[in-house]
Ligand binder design. Structure first.
Ligand SMILES: Nc1ncnc2c1ncn2[C@@H]1O[C@H](COP(=O)(O)OP(=O)(O)OP(=O)(O)O)[C@@H](O)[C@H]1O
Ligand SMILES: [Mg+2]
Length: 347
């Protein structure tokens, strides 16, 4: 197990929001208690708002949980008590459910480019194919790609009182950050701006009655993803990964992010998991296999690397609608069924 000093050194990588200085040098980190592989970090009383404290707690949990040898991480506000009375953990706020929306499922990934948006799109369409009313929220502020993948050129209609109607495509209602950004938007969105955009997004969109809202979170487990996971009332989280062994650490970060905001994890989807030779039909494990299984979470599905999946995304005709009989469309429907089963159990 690491020493308190080593843990403190790790925490120096966390900057205080809006400042160049880190939380250790600012004196925000108080006692650090370690028990077996569990770490409890106490934040000193400060003038930081609840919002900032929650944000920092999230950063601490995701950073430390990814350190080998550290298991459970908890953040408390105030000093470690000798009296046996533990201060309450810094918990995320109770969120208002979205009116008319039964179940919100977020898709996250520890790093970019693993096929998160592809999964979010095809999962939404598979849920739709199973007779659900489905919405898709493209919350990736850094690279909103879902309108392209869904072949959408229209922009949303404004209703009364500054409300926004989602755009419909293939029977799914879509809202994307991309609808509201133009080329002049700053590439690096600052945390508070992200938060206010998301709040507006969530409250002003007239989703109507939905059984499922699928959310494509920004890649990684940095501020943007964590903020969104805190801001949206999520019923379940899915982590998308690739099969390489090195991806395991990224998956752990994704898991830690959902745990920090108390979102039950439905499971992991291993994308580009294997390759099926188009000539001989033989399955090849290009990148090794089974990495995602080491997380101890359910593998909701393994999706092979297939040209038709990429083409579907590039042409705006996702595989699940373009080729509903394709074996991969079936895999997506199986994943959707499992998501339905697991979220139904939780409600
Ligand atoms: N199973 C697959 N087989 C073939 N190509 C795939 C597969 N999954 C995703 N791709 C392709 O890989 C690229 C990246 O996928 P995608 O945009 O879904 O990833 P992402 O994790 O959302 O990326 P970002 O981090 O940029 O948001 C896309 O061109 C997509 O079509
Ligand atoms: Mg994406």
């Amino acid at each position: 197990m690491m020493t308190e000093q080593e843990i403190r050194e790790h925490l120096r990588r966390i900057a205080y929001p809006g400042s160049q200085r880190d939380i250790v040098s600012l004196g925000l980190v108080g006692d650090i208690v370690t028990r077996a592989n569990e770490v409890i970090v106490h934040l000193r009383p400060s003038s930081a708002s609840d919002e900032v404290l929650r944000h920092l707690a999230g950063r601490i949990v995701s950073l430390l949980s990814a350190v080998p040898g550290i298991g459970q991480v908890t953040v408390h506000r105030g000093r470690a008590q000798g009296t046996g009375v533990q201060p309450a953990p810094v918990a995320p706020p109770p969120q208002q459910p979205l009116p008319g929306v039964q179940c919100v499922v977020a898709v996250a990934s520890g790093k970019g480019g693993v096929g998160k948006s592809t999964v979010a799109v095809n999962l939404s369409l598979a849920l739709k194919a199973l007779d659900n009313r489905v919405g898709l929220l493209d919350a990736d502020i850094y690279g909103p790609s879902i309108p392209l993948m869904m072949g959408i050129e229209a922009t949303p209609r404004a209703g009364q009182d500054r409300k926004i109607y989602p755009v419909e495509k293939y029977g799914v209602s879509l809202i994307s950050m991309g609808f509201f950004l133009d080329d002049k938007s700053p590439v690096i969105w600052r945390g508070p701006i992200v938060m206010s955009i998301v709040r507006q997004f969530l409250r002003d969109v007239l989703w109507g009655e939905l059984d499922y809202l699928v959310v494509d979170l920004p890649p990684g487990t940095g501020d943007a993803a964590l903020t969104l996971a805190q801001e949206i009332p999520l019923n379940g989280g899915i982590v998308v990964t690739t099969p390489q062994d090195v991806a395991l650490l990224d998956v752990k970060r994704g898991i830690a992010m959902f745990r920090q905001v108390n979102v039950p994890i439905l499971g992991v989807i291993e994308n580009m998991s294997y390759y099926v030779c188009p000539n001989c039909g033989e399955r090849e494990d290009l990148f090794g296999h089974g990495g995602a299984g080491k997380t101890g979470l359910e593998i909701l599905g393994e999706i092979p690397l297939v040209e038709d999946v990429r083409k579907g995304g590039d042409t705006g005709k996702p595989l699940v609608v373009q080729h509903p009989d394709h074996p991969i469309a079936q895999i997506f429907r199986q994943i959707a069924l499992r998501v339905i089963e697991k979220t139904a159990l939780r409600q």
